[in-house]
Every structure is written in structure tokens, then in C-alpha cells.
Design a protein around this ligand. Structure first.
Ligand SMILES: [Mn+2]
Length: 442
């Protein structure tokens, strides 16, 4: 019999404020097509269907439509991941038919006697038995399953109890020569390599579980880690993290995504194969000069690009220049790394040792790291000193150099002296009072 395993779709995800919907549409269509081609007996999604516990209605519609297509090919089971809402999954499950339906949403682990193991008849007399463990929060007890006396134990021990319970359930009903057992979970197991886009809090050591006492199964389907990979070498059963279907974040740059197709029989080891996914735009981080980007541009297809451009003097219209070079890309952010702005005039090592740095020295250190805009380091430092002096004196600051800072090339006339109070007055006359603006903005 054949199992198709996918995971961590994160529908609704944005990368640098760019909606990944087009990428999801492409890759999900690819997954549906692959399911039609490989004709599995059961499809398992091991969690993080959505990027958030409160997905947008359009994302929910998209998810249900897609999963119904998959369920039309084979019975489909979706586990709740740490990003998914168990309550929403329960609602989906009740609306879509519950037990016996071809599309199941599993919100929480359950005892075998309470439907915690799903049986799928295959062919005349074979059966695929699936033990699902959706994500379990460390600080929430599973009412129907955990004993209040034991749930305060370590996370690892609690998961172990659940795994043992389901393992015993799988073993109890086992029909030799006719059953294939599968375990599925949204969990972080020790020893995996992470992409750093999984949400740091949930891949910390506190959430790490043991991989050496999983139930004895033909295949263990895991979700949560976005880099597709086999279970670590210490595992007592064979299995994989299917991984996310697209590069969701810059921690996943360069990762090749895939689904897993497992062929298993009652009396033989499973054949575990990955099928590469190509749908959805990859992410790219570029660092270099515009000339270097120009050279590279013909080899870059439709991608989401984060660019750091090296310049010798401050450049104008850099974002447009990058866009022009990469017309089929989505440019997420362009950062200029300008040699002329990286000031060496001031640095932390110039500070006299042993003394508390002054505001001006701290600011100087900051400026030397961050660089300045269209002004000079001296003008910025002079302005800062003027402000500090004005605070010390309790008087409005007078900016002799204000024009050099804010008005260079845009204000007519020679240097003038303005003060903050003058500027406030003129702004107040020209515009509206802050209170008025709020009142109108309802
Ligand atoms: Mn995930």
C-alpha cells in the first residue's frame, strides 16, 4: 500500500510583507497533481496547515478546497501543528463529517479506545493503521488523555506516555500479515537539523522529544521541521520530516523541497522515496555591486530577493535599479552598503579607557556603525552636540547647520539660523493641531 506524506504548508504566510499565496497555489496544485499521479491509499499532512491560529477566510477556503481535492484521490488526514488552532481543527472535522469521512482533521491526541487510532481498509483484506500525535503544548494538558498527576512531568516524558499509549493500541489490534502501521506526529525530535524558520520557541530543548522509543511502525511521518530530512540516526524506526513545500523564510534558502511517497506492505520494509517539488518562487539573498547583479541577472528567474548593494558613493534610485535588473522578481528589500558612509573618524576604540562614555561619544560610536544619510559625519555630530548643549542650558536649540542637514540643495538662499521653536510655530500654522487630526481621523 502507498502513503503520501506532506507537511508544514503554512498557508497565509507572508515573507517580508509579501503574501506567499501565489507560491502556495503553485506548489499545492503540484502536490494535488502528484497525488493523482502516484495514487496513494492514504494522504497524511503532519501539521502547520496554516501559518496562524486565526487564518484569513480566503486561506481557510483555499485549504478546504485543496484538501477536498486530495480527499477525492485518497482518504486524507491533517494533524494540527503548533501554528494551527486545535479548536478550528475540531470545527473543521465536525463540519466535514468526523469519523468515517475521507477528510479528517486531528486536533489532539486521543486514547486508542476514543478513536486515537485511525484504520483505513486497503484492497480486500489489508489495513493501514495510523497513530496521529498533533502538536502538544508544553503548558496545556490534554484533558481526555493525560492524568493530572503526571502532566507536570517533563515534556519529553509526557510525549513518551502518549506514544506508548498509541503504540500499545497499534499492537493490540494488530493483524499479522495484513496490517501496516504508521505513526504521524508534529513534534521536534532531538538531533534534527532546523531551518530557523520553525518558530524558535517550539524547537527549544524544552520541546525536544526522544526519537528512540517510537512505536514499532513501517513509517513515522513527522512535521514541524521545515528542512526535509530523514529521522536522525538514533531513531528506532524509519521515517521522515516531509518539510515545508516552499522556502518560507531566509533560513530555508537553497533547500530543495519535497513530498514523501512510502510503499509499505505487511511483511516487508517500507520503500521511502522523496519526490521533489518545484512550484513556488524560491528565496534569494544577494550581496554585491549592481554590476555583479547585472552579470547574475540573466540566470535569476522569478524569485523573492533580498539585496544588499555595495556602492562607493551614496546612490539614488537603488531600489528601481535592482527592480530593472530583475523584472520577474519580487524585491523584498534593498539595503545600500556605501563605502563613503562607513565612517572611520569615530570608533569605540578611541574612547578613553576607564571613563564613562559621554552621550556624544556613544552617539559617535553609533554613527560610525550605522553611517549617516546625505550629510557629513561632522554635521551630524555638531547637530547632536547642539541638542545636548540646549538640553543642558534649558534653552531652545539653534541650528546654524540646519540647512546643511535637511535642506541641502532644496532650500534656496544661503545659510540661515532657525530654531526648533520657529519650526514648530510654522508647522502649527500650516497644518492642524495634533488633537484636531485625531478627531477628524475617525
Ligand atoms: Mn511549521
Amino acid at each position: 500500500m502507498r502513503l503520501l506524506h506532506t507537511s508544514d504548508w503554512h498557508l497565509g504566510r507572508h515573507t517580508y510583507n509579501v503574501a506567499r499565496r501565489p507560491d502556495h497555489e503553485a506548489v499545492v496544485a503540484e502536490i494535488v497533481a502528484l497525488a493523482g499521479e502516484h495514487r496513494p491509499d492514504v494522504i497524511v499532512h503532519t501539521g502547520d496547515l496554516f501559518d496562524t491560529g486565526r487564518p484569513a477566510v480566503t486561506d481557510m477556503t483555499f485549504a478546504i478546497e485543496t484538501l477536498r481535492e486530495l480527499a477525492g484521490i485518497a482518504p486524507t488526514v491533517v494533524l494540527a501543528g503548533n501554528h494551527d488552532s486545535p479548536a478550528l481543527f475540531e470545527l473543521f472535522d465536525s463540519m466535514l463529517g468526523g469519523p468515517g469521512s475521507r477528510l479528517r482533521f486531528i486536533a489532539r491526541p486521543a486514547r486508542p479506545a476514543d478513536g486515537g487510532i485511525l484504520d483505513f481498509p486497503v484492497g480486500d483484506d489489508q489495513r493501514l493503521r495510523l497513530a496521529p500525535v498533533p502538536f502538544v503544548h508544553a503548558n496545556r494538558m490534554i484533558d481526555a488523555l493525560e492524568d493530572p498527576a503526571t502532566w507536570l512531568g517533563s515534556y519529553q516524558d509526557r510525549i513518551h506516555v502518549i506514544e506508548e499509549m498509541l503504540g500499545a493500541g497499534l499492537a493490540a489490534g494488530y493483524r499479522h500479515g495484513r496490517d501496516v502501521l504508521v505513526f504521524a506526529a508534529h513534534l521536534h525530535v532531538g538531533g534534527v537539523s532546523v531551518s530557523n524558520s520553525e518558530r524558535a520557541a517550539f524547537v527549544k530543548a524544552a520541546y525536544e522529544t526522544q526519537v528512540n522509543h517510537l512505536p514499532q511502525v513501517s513509517y513515522a511521518a513527522f512535521g514541524h521541521i521545515h528542512r526535509p530530512q530523514a529521522l536522525p540516526s538514533g531513531a528506532n524506526v524509519r521515517g521522515r520530516y516531509a518539510g515545508s513545500p516552499i522556502q518560507l523564510d531566509f533560513g530555508e534558502v537553497g533547500e530543495e523541497k519535497s513530498i514523501v511517497v512510502v510503499d509499505a506492505g505487511p511483511a516487508r520494509p517500507a520503500a521511502i522515496n522523496t519526490v521533489p517539488l518545484t512550484g513556488g518562487r524560491p528565496l534569494r539573498r544577494f550581496e554585491g555591486t549592481l554590476a555583479q547583479l547585472q552579470e547574475l541577472a540573466p540566470s535569476i528567474g522569478a524569485e523573492l530577493v533580498l539585496a544588499t548593494i555595495d556602492t562607493t558613493t551614496p546612490a539614488v534610485g537603488l531600489v528601481e535599479a535592482v527592480r530593472d535588473l530583475l523584472p520577474s522578481c519580487e524585491i523584498l528589500e534593498v539595503t545600500e552598503r556605501c563605502a563613503a558612509r562607513a565612517s572611520t573618524a569615530l570608533s569605540g576604540s578611541d574612547l578613553p579607557s576607564g571613563s564613562e562614555p559621554t552621550f556624544a561619544e556613544l552617539f559617535g560610536e553609533y554613527v560610525s556603525e550605522s553611517g549617516v544619510g546625505r550629510s557629513s559625519v561632522k554635521a551630524v555630530m555638531d547637530t547632536f552636540a547642539t541638542l545636548i548643549d540646549a538640553v543642558d542650558a534649558g534653552e531652545p536649540a539653534a541650528f546654524g547647520a540646519a540647512d546643511a542637514l535637511v535642506g541641502a540643495g532644496t532650500r534656496a538662499g544661503g545659510p540661515t539660523t532657525t530654531s526648533i521653536s520657529d519650526d514648530l510655530t510654522s508647522a502649527g500654522q500650516a497644518g492642524t493641531e495634533p488633537g484636531e487630526e485625531q478627531a477628524c481621523g475617525r
